[in-house]
Design a protein around this ligand. Sequence first.
Ligand SMILES: Nc1ncnc2c1ncn2[C@@H]1O[C@H](COP(=O)(O)OP(=O)(O)O)[C@@H](O)[C@H]1O
Ligand SMILES: O=C(O)C1=C[C@@H](OP(=O)(O)O)[C@@H](O)[C@H](O)C1
Ligand SMILES: [Mg+2]
Length: 181
Amino acid sequence: MPGNRPIVLIGPMAVGKSAIAHELAKRLDVPYVDTDGLIVEAHGSIPSIFAGRGEHAFREIEARTVAGAVEHAEVTPSIISLGGGAVLDSGTQQILSRCTVVYLECDAETVASRIARNSGRPLLAGDAMARWSALFATRKPVYERLADLVMDVRHGSITELGHRLELALREYAAAKQEVEN
Ligand SMILES: Nc1ncnc2c1ncn2[C@@H]1O[C@H](COP(=O)(O)OP(=O)(O)O)[C@@H](O)[C@H]1O
Ligand SMILES: O=C(O)C1=C[C@@H](OP(=O)(O)O)[C@@H](O)[C@H](O)C1
Ligand SMILES: [Mg+2]
């Protein structure tokens, strides 16, 4: 693992957090943890949680799940991908200060085809592109504030981006180590 902190990927919906985290974990041969995946395992599908219990209940479950995943990753180094809105919780923001946080930077054009065939993301119901852009506008400053590293994911395959992220994390960890010595 580059560095000694859990590595957490953040960013808006459909930028590739889950896919790139999975690819990076394979490359580093460490466990991959997707907090949405944990939520679905324990509570059922995300649309069913939103429909049955509401977004507020989802956010509470999400905050607890992220806290558990980070605590686990502090013992067993892992790569964690969050859902796009997880960073809005203030407790989660505090927990992320113990992690190496990577913000995957993207634009509406790149995610357009991915969200056009959207299913499973309740917050994109209706005009998915307009919803995505509105959420991104309000969340962008939070992503930027929490990020230790920013990676542009507008170009490249998931494999290429996993490789690029590994190199960026190694460089970041080496620079940090130098400052600490
Ligand atoms: N760089 C990429 N190139 C091609 N497809 C991608 C890329 N990044 C993500 N995808 C695809 O876009 C969809 C959304 O990716 P996902 O990892 O679920 O995003 P997120 O977790 O950020 O919402 C998936 O089908 C994924 O395979
Ligand atoms: O941005 C959001 O508020 C959400 C993002 C989704 O995860 P992805 O970012 O992995 O799509 C999922 O957690 C849920 O639908 C809510
Ligand atoms: Mg995801």
